[in-house]
Structures are given as C-alpha cells and as structure tokens.
Design a binder for this molecule. Structure first.
Ligand code: M6R
Length: 603
C-alpha cells in the first residue's frame, strides 16, 4: 500500500517528485523519501510521518538543470515506520523504491549477507538494490544486471532503480503492482504507481503489464518482456485527480470493498505460517497470567470485536467480554489485573476508545491495540499493537478496516489457542488453511455486484430493515445494519435472530425488510425457523445463504461454506454491496455521509 513516482528531465526534480507523492499520499503516509541523481551525485532525503515532514526536510534543496529522481510514500508492512525503513533504499552506488512484497527476500538476504553485504533496514525491498549491485559487479552491464535481478525476484513488485553507473536512466520493473510510465510534451519522462501522480504532468502514458521491465532516458522508453523488446502502447492521459485516486470506481467505499482481497492478504503475510500463527509484535509471555480479555471499541470496530469474542471463548477458552468505549468510560468498571485489555480502532484516534485505553493502563492492565494506523495515539499508548494492514481507508463507512480487524482478531485467537494448547495441531491447521482462503472468498465477482445492483432497487422504501443472524453472524448483522443506515439514511437494526420474537417481530409486515444471514456451518436450522416465523407474518425477506431458501422474497447465493469464517467474510461483502448500491440509488454521497466524520476525536 505505497506510492511511487519518478522523473527524468530539466525541471526542478524535487518539486515534481513531491507533487506526485502528494497525489499518492492517500495510499500511505507513515514515511516518505526521494533520491535525486545529477552529474554522478545522488542526494537522498527521507522523513517519517506525513509528506509535509519530507517537504520541511528538503525545503533548502533544489535541483538545477538536467537530472532524474525517484520517490516513495510508504505504508508499513515489513518493518516499522522508521527513516531507515523508508524508501529509497541505497546500496553502494544505487537507490531503489518498491511497492509490493518480495516473497523470497529472506533467502536472498541470507545469501547476500553471507557474501558480506550489510543491510540497514528491516525491509524486503533492500535486497533489490544489493542484488543489482552484486550482479553489476559480476556483469559490468547495468541493463544485464537489472534484468538478472528482476528474474531472481519472487512476489509482487513495482520497482524503480537509479544508479551512478548509468546516471541518465531510470530502470523499472512491474509484476503484480501497478506502474505507469509516460512523457510530457517536452519529452521529459514521468513515472507513477497510479494515474493520480501523472495527471497534469505526462500527456501520454503506458500502463506497464506484469513481466515488463526496462529503462528510460530522455531518448525514449525501452520496455522488455521475456528478454524481448516490446512495442510501446501509448495512450493519452486525461482525467481528474480525484477520479484517478478512485481507480475507476465510483466511490472510495466501492474501491475499498474491492480491495479487501488484497489487504486481507497483507494482514496474513508473515503471520500465518505452515503450522502456526506468528506475531513479531508479541511474545508468548505476554499472555502469562491472563484469564480474561476485555475488548473495547466504537462503531464498526466494536462490531468486529463482538464477532471475535465468540471465537475467542470457543477456541482460546478465555472469557471475552466486549464493551462500547463510550459506555465503558463512565460505568466505573471493575478492572482486574488478570484481564488483557484490547482496543480495536481503524484510526487509532477515536476519543472514547483512547480514553478507555488510558483508564485500563492507569489500572495496571496489560493492553493490546488492533489498529490500522501506525504511530496513532492508540498505538503509542498501548503496550503492544497488531497492525490491521488495511491501508488507508477513505470512505467514512468502514469496510476493509472491519475485514482486517476480524482477520487480525481471528489470528490472535489462534495464537492464544496455540500457547494455551486449547486446540490440537490438526485443528489449528484447519484454521490456518481457512485463513489462507479468505482473500479468495471476498473477491467481488461481476455476477454478485450486478445482482446487488438489481436487488437494491427493491429496498429503497419501507419502514425499516432488520439484519438478523446468530452467533458471530449477529455482530455481522449489526455491522450490515450500521453500513446501510450510515450511508442510506434508512432505519436499520441488527438483531440476534432468536430475539425477534421477544418484541421486534411485532413490527413485521410486508414493509419490514429483513436481511437474514443464514450460514450453513452455524445454527442453520435455528435461523431458518426464525426466518419462517417472519415469513408467516408477511415480512419481506432477503436471505443470504449457500442453501436455497424457497419461502423468502429474495435470495443471494453464497458459495464458500466450508468454514464459518469463510461464510462470515463472504456475507460481509454481500451486506457491504447492498448498502453501497442502496445509497447510490438514493443519490447520497457514499463517501461522506451527512453528519459523520471519518475519525471521531471528540467524545
Ligand atoms: O477509527 P475507529 O475504528 O476507532 O472508529 C470507530 C467508529 O467511529 C467507526 O467504526 C464508525 O462506526 C464507522 N463510520 C463505521 O463505518
């Protein structure tokens, strides 16, 4: 979840790079850096935190005349957000910026270290620059060295590399992460990992394909593929920056729903091993003496905590309670030292959650944050943090943050179950296997999205929605209702399905819409009975289930019913798309719904 820019030409290089990075800052802002190469001299600057810190650091630097440069804005996945881990990474005479993940970096690093190379950072990226320099020393040809380097890398990457041994060129490679190269009317060259960085700069662009690599100079762009030159497929670049940031989607929320598959993969990386969960952020002693966990959060983050409290008790066999942070603060809670206090927050700045965390710390409890924003207030205060790794979430309605929070909490559950030996190695393997499949489970297919678009037109009126579910599908029902109400402004409530007949079913008639979450793997017969009770009272019902339900009005077929969590994540996507499409049909501003803010920093 990072951004890349590059430039070759006669304009002031720093300004062009920083300007491009500003357009990409929405993708990551825990650190940023640039490297500028002019007449055999490379100047590099890096700063932790937002881009403004880099701007401040480079305010006295300006290039003059011809030169080239690369820049990067980072969202940490490997290694903390420090200056050393910020890009560009340097070797002896070259610099590199990279998006993606080099999967074989550990073996490459070990090989390079055994040959005497010293690494400065904890990143996977740094192997690229050292590998290039090793190959250059052997081949004495920068292009051949770069080609060999790219052929050794496994994983996903978009790479720009500059080197003093070939000071007029930028070397590039793309495999699995986006990269665009273009030129302006003066013939200057521009690189960006998204259109947004290039709009207003390049006039013609080439969207590189996976497997493309090569070099550019002001003499032209040279692309190779499988060691053969490739024709340039240039396109005119038009558009505005905001729509470019949305990557072709109508709203950030929509884009973020589609991104869930990718970011859930990021949440898993390096943590789900063959036979166990590993968290570099934790050590096993951290759970010594813990007999209870108390989860505290607001809104969507509360819903993710509530969902995971079910599996925590069931699998890790530790009592798990969940509290809304704004209630917890003022109830004079009894806090005992054998309780691990877990806060969940996308932003890390939510006032009520932050204050609850401070109370727990003051009472001497161990604290753990599940958070998406490194260096946020909550992360700084908690004893330990597990980063959700959702990347920047712009839509006020939280989607991918919820998904990654649930994933992180599920992994934590299994981690504790390992330590406490409350699950057998075989049972743990089943969970790990299910986790690895979740990124596939949440892929939005055209068929599903079309179905939700069509269905949405039937749900624009009525006197309210009930989302119902049982077990951990009850918190998912709460979350589905929250999504719908915050962006459609229609009344929606989440309810435990078994509670309906204790009051709410009095509301049932054809104008009451019920969205029933009916997983095959958890209490299917029980929820089916609840749905039958509602159908008998003429409620309008949308069933989401892998089982065809004849008596409901509408039905969304789900396909992943091998594990309750697969069902959970697949149904999550269905409810998100329903809220999105209803809101769009009602003509609302999906990303900035009325009366709401992305981060609630007041109580
Ligand atoms: O940043 P946090 O996760 O702490 O925010 C908590 C809530 O304000 C947030 O989840 C809110 O409910 C969202 N708008 C829901 O989509």
């Amino acid at each position: 979840m990072c951004g890349i820019v590059g430039y070759i030409g006669k304009s002031e290089i720093k300004d062009i790079l920083v300007d491009g990075l500003r357009e990409l800052e929405y993708r990551g802002y825990d650190s940023a850096g640039i490297a500028v190469l002019q007449q055999d001299e490379i100047k590099s600057y890096k700063a932790v935190g937002k881009l403004i810190n880099l701007e401040e650091k480079t305010k006295d630097f300006a290039s003059e005349g011809f030169g080239l440069g690369i820049g990067h804005t980072r969202w940490a996945t490997h290694g903390k957000p420090t200056e050393l881990n910020a890009h560009p990474h340097l070797g002896e005479f070259s610099y590199v910026v990279h998006n993606g993940i080099i999967e074989n970096y550990q073996e490459l690093k070990a090989m390079l270290q055994s040959e005497g190379v010293t690494f400065l950072s904890q990143t996977d990226t740094e192997v690229i620059v050292h590998l290039f320099e090793k190959n250059y020393k052997a081949l004495n040809d920068p292009m051949a060295a770069f080609e060999k380097t790219v052929e050794t890398l496994e994983g996903a990457y978009a790479v720009l590399l500059i080197t003093k041994v070939d000071p007029d060129k930028i070397y590039f490679a793309k495999h699995g992460s986006p990269m665009i190269v273009g030129n302006d009317d003066n013939g200057d060259i521009h690189f960006g990992s998204s259109d947004a960085a290039l709009i207003g700069k390049a006039t013609e662009v080439i969207y590189l394909d996976d497997g493309d690599y090569g070099y550019t100079s002001v003499e032209g762009i040279n692309i190779l593929h499988n060691r053969k030159p490739k024709a340039l497929n240039k396109k005119a670049l038009i558009g505005d920056k905001i729509s470019a940031q949305k990557g072709g989607f109508r709203f950030f929320m929509e884009k973020e729903i589609y991104e869930q598959s990718e970011v859930l993969g990021d949440t898993l990386i390096g943590r789900v091993l063959d036979d166990k969960i590993q968290f570099d952020e934790l050590d096993e002693n951290f759970f010594d003496g813990i007999e209870e966990i108390k989860i505290c959060a607001c809104g969507t983050s509360y819903n993710s905590g509530l969902a995971c409290s079910y599996i925590f008790e069931r699998q890790a066999k530790i009592k798990a309670t969940v509290e809304v942070a704004s209630e917890f603060r003022y109830k004079e809670p009894l806090l005992t030292k054998n309780t691990l206090f877990v806060v969940i927050s996308q932003s890390g700045e939510t006032a009520d959650t932050l204050e609850a965390l401070k109370m727990a710390k003051a009472a001497g409890l161990k604290t753990l944050a599940i958070c998406n924003v490194d260096n946020s207030s909550i992360v700084r205060i908690a004893d330990r943090t597990i980063l959700a790794r959702a990347g920047i979430e712009k839509g006020v309605a939280s989607t991918k943050a919820f998904a990654t929070q649930v994933m992180a909490m599920w992994m934590l559950t299994i981690y504790v179950a390992q330590i406490r030996k409350t699950m057998t190695p075989q049972e743990i393997k089943v969970e790990l296997n299910a986790m690895r499949h979740i990124p596939t489970t949440v892929v939005v297919t055209d068929k599903l999205h079309e179905k939700m678009k069509r269905l949405s037109k039937r749900y624009l009126h009525g006197h309210g929605f009930f989302f119902i579910g049982r077990d951990m599908f009850y918190p998912l029902a709460l979350e589905g209702a929250l999504k719908l109400k915050e962006i459609s402004y229609l009344h929606a409530e989440g309810y435990p399905a078994g509670e309906m007949k204790h009051g709410p079913i009095a509301l049932a008639d054809s104008e009451l819409f019920t969205v029933a979450l009916m997983p095959k793997t958890l209490h299917f017969d029980k929820i089916k009975s609840n749905v039958e009770e509602l159908a008998a009272r003429d409620a309008t019902i949308l069933a989401i289930s892998p089982e065809r339900i004849e008596l409901t009005d509408d039905y969304v077929h789900t396909y992943h019913s091998d594990h309750p969590m697969s069902e959970f994540f697949e149904m999550m996507v269905v409810t998100q798309l329903l809220a999105l499409e209803v809101s769009i049909r009602l003509g609302n501003d999906v990303d900035m719904p009325r009366n709401l803010a992305k981060s609630v920093t007041v109580e």
